[in-house]
Design a protein around this ligand. Structure first.
Ligand SMILES: [Zn+2]
Length: 120
């Protein structure tokens, strides 16, 4: 039998001798196509996730820089206050004095409260 192959798969365009063979090929090709589409979709989602994660990291570094700048400004403001009024700044029960760079120059506890608590 030297029948001409006239049944062409709609997906891969291979030619077959019978509609049954073509049908099998098309089913296989269709399944492969669906799997490939799923794979690509998953890949795209993963790529998007990586981009979002990267953007988040960049945002985090930017935020740390902002906080650092605000902190530096806070230190400078307190230092200026300390120099101008010759006294620490009291915030939330703590005294801040950065005018001298001693070990306890930041976040000193209120000596009066300490005294009340019996530590002195
Ligand atoms: Zn095919």
């Amino acid at each position: 039998m030297n029948e001409e192959k006239t049944y062409e798969c709609a997906y891969c365009h291979r030619k077959w001798n019978s509609p049954e063979e073509r049908m099998k090929c098309e089913q296989k090709c269709y399944a492969e196509r669906v799997a490939e589409q799923e794979r690509q979709k998953k890949e795209q989602q993963e790529a998007l996730l990586r981009i979002k994660e990267e953007a988040r990291k960049v945002q985090k570094i930017k935020k740390i820089k902002e906080i650092q700048q605000e902190y530096d400004k806070f230190i400078a403001d307190v230092k200026q206050f300390n120099g101008e009024y010759k006294e620490p700044v009291k915030i939330d029960g703590k005294y801040y004095d950065f005018s001298n760079d001693t070990l306890f120059s930041s976040g000193i506890l209120d000596p009066f409260e300490e005294w009340l608590n019996g530590r002195f």
